[in-house]
Design a protein around this ligand. Sequence first.
Ligand code: SF4
Length: 345
Amino acid sequence: MPDRPREPRAPAPSSFVYPTVGPPLLEALRSSGAKRVVLQVPAGLVRNAHDLASRLREEVGVPVVLAARPCFGACDLPSRDEAPRADVAVVLGHAPIPNVPLVRPTFFVEMREPGGDPEALATTVHEAGVPRRVGLVASVQHLDLVPPLTEALVRRGHEVRIGRGDRRLAYAAQALGCNYTGAEAIANEVDAFLFVGTGRFHPLGLALAVERPVWSLDPLQNVLERPVDRAALVRRRQLTVASVRDARRWGVLVSTFAGQNRGAVALALQERARARGREAEILLFDRLDPRDLEGRALDAYVNTACPRIALDDGANYPKPMLTPPEFLMALGDLPLEPYRFDTYH
Ligand code: SF4
């Protein structure tokens, strides 16, 4: 019996989940007793944020403040300092991360997309030659498509697997840019993965995390992309590792965001560096800006916050930046092969 992506893990005590902004959410906010709401939206929805804030203000009847800092995940919700008087948060575009503590009752509006005809999508996938044994992975917006797409693929002769990951993932089949443990759990049972969603980062991260071809299906456009060249991706990361093998002075980056804070990992890495005769300084930040690292007497960085900072944006920083497993490769504590993705548990 496959895990069902519609049923979340038991959420944190004060998290409430809604598929879209609609009457059920508004009614729940009205009856929550909220006195002031802080609204947070991801960068892709900033354009609608002001209209939504007005709507909440009118329909819930309480002040609504808008967090100007767009969030990239449910790992960086508005802190007490950012919105000291808000007693309730509304967060758009993300599912809760079950093991991230919340500072106030939080209403997650996952912005589920009904879009995409499963039969047409399955035909596209099948006719493109995607292997018969396939694992499905989806971003939270497209999780509702997973059951009907699974059925449509099975009707075309595919064997479909869906994995449930660790406590950082709310749903079976879900992926986060820092956690593909659901896919890893079934990697040995499939010959390829099909990522259902938009954008490049998730399929790239998934390709680094699992040694399987990753096809990428945009369900709104019914466009299927062929697997990325994993070997080339890994080679690029290994070259970065090789370039800092002799680095003496390291900066160990630690974020203060509740869901990105791996202080214990940073301390362990600092110890490993010292044991290998290197200097390692821990640097604290909330949201990292490349300018924060300019002019420092450090040779390279290891980032313990969101893995996307090193993997996606590393080129924007003045010195090479590694993930924690890559750092251990640079120290010689881990081999270069097999490449290890920086899974955030
Ligand atoms: S740590 Fe990064 S990839 Fe993970 S949830 Fe946060 S923003 Fe997304």
